[in-house]
Design a protein around this ligand. Structure first.
Ligand code: SF4
Length: 363
């Protein structure tokens, strides 16, 4: 493999590192996990939370989570309910499950975090990017961390026209990132590229005039950097599979409010969860019921399927109804409540939820 074919001359590499780190020192975003430098636990929790979620959404969750589970031991000892109550709204609950499992693994090892990329990769839910980020940020390891942001910056800086959805292209970016790493401050270097991608080299309208790397940037020199990176459109949008629990007591349905920001921000919906690849629908449904303290063996019945198309994904909802006794206990997680078909009219609900109500009515 021609690992370093893309790399600029050593003097240019040196200039890029120096300028980027100097820019970072002046412009780095003040994020709560950055106030805990050298704390692998904080760094790991933040990276997992950030995997599918925007920084602004993560901040309050991170702060609440760290208050409730200040150490990896505290997290290992948490109950699933308590953990989910602090995760609820962040979505992608599999991340929380992995976090829990990994915390138990670390706590079982005397509480000390693996401090190498390979060691971190052993933890459930930790992939190449997260391992590189934690190893470099918390342990000052010489490890690269390449995500979509980083690929965008590099594709422009070095004018790389390859399709970034291809693993081979991604490998090319990893090699580039590794070749550019400074000898020291790799964590800062990685975070600097992330910040540059988030605040300056943005997907549309990059602010090249404010960019510390503009004199080295090929896309800027040749005009129109926002055409990069190249990502081939595939017609097949990813399909996301959910299970939905329409929990009914008398005339009322249990509903929950979606978090602010993100899809269907602040709208009410029926308890649901994404079904992960290695999980059965029943298991996912069990998770949903459990999160609300409904006995997982409560009788449930599949009543239909709702399909909802968004620009970049197709959402499939398998809808189940379960009727519970008025005397049964239900954990009222924050932002949840009981609504009848009538009182539902007073709150905002998503289109998909409206379709689900129809499905149940016709079942
Ligand atoms: Fe991105 Fe513009 Fe900076 Fe190039 S000059 S890295 S395109 S912000």
């Amino acid at each position: 493999m021609s690992h370093h074919a893309d790399l600029p001359a050593p003097a240019v590499r040196q200039a890029i590192r120096r300028k980027l780190l100097a820019w970072y020192d002046r412009n780095k975003r003040d994020l709560p996990w950055r106030r805990r430098t050298g704390d692998p636990y904080a760094s790991w929790v933040s990276e997992i939370m950030l995997q599918q979620t925007q920084v602004e959404t993560v901040i309050p969750y991170f702060e609440r989570f760290m208050k409730r589970f200040p150490t990896v031991k505290a997290l290992a000892n948490a109950t699933d309910d308590d953990l989910l109550a602090h995760w609820q709204g962040l979505g992608y609950y599999r991340r929380a499950m992995h976090l829990h499992k990994a915390a138990k693994q670390v706590a079982g090892n005397g509480g000390s975090f693996p401090d190498t990329v390979d060691g971190l990769l052993e933890l459930p839910g930790v992939g190449r990017y997260t391992a590189g980020a934690v190893a470099s940020i918390a342990f000052d390891r010489r490890a690269a961390a390449v995500d979509g942001n980083v690929m965008r910056v590099f594709a422009r800086l070095f004018e790389i026209e390859d399709d970034i959805s291809q693993p081979r292209t991604q490998q090319r970016f990893w090699s580039l990132a590794e070749g550019l790493l400074p000898r020291k401050r790799c964590g800062d270097f990685n975070q600097a590229i992330m910040d540059l991608g988030a605040t300056v080299c943005t997907p549309t309208n990059p602010r090249c005039l404010l960019c510390p790397l503009s004199t080295h940037c090929r896309a800027f020199a040749n005009g129109d950097p926002s055409r990069l990176p190249v990502k081939k459109r595939t017609n097949a949008v990813p399909e996301i599979h959910h299970v939905v629990a329409m929990i009914r007591c008398g005339d009322a349905f249990l509903m929950t409010k979606r978090p602010a920001g993100g899809l269907w921000s602040g709208l009410w919906e029926f308890p649901n969860a994404a079904v992960s690849n290695d999980e059965s629908e029943t298991a996912a449904l069990g998770r949903v019921l459990e999160a609300y303290g409904v006995e997982p063996d409560t009788e449930t019945e599949h009543v239909g399927r709702v399909t909802h198309r968004l620009t970049h994904r197709l959402m499939q909802f398998d809808v189940y109804k379960s009727r519970i006794d008025p005397t049964a206990t239900v954990v009222m997680v924050p932002d949840s409540g009981w609504y009848t078909r009538q009182s539902i009219q007073d709150v905002g609900i998503s289109t998909a939820s409206r379709k689900m109500l129809e499905v149940v009515r016709n079942a």
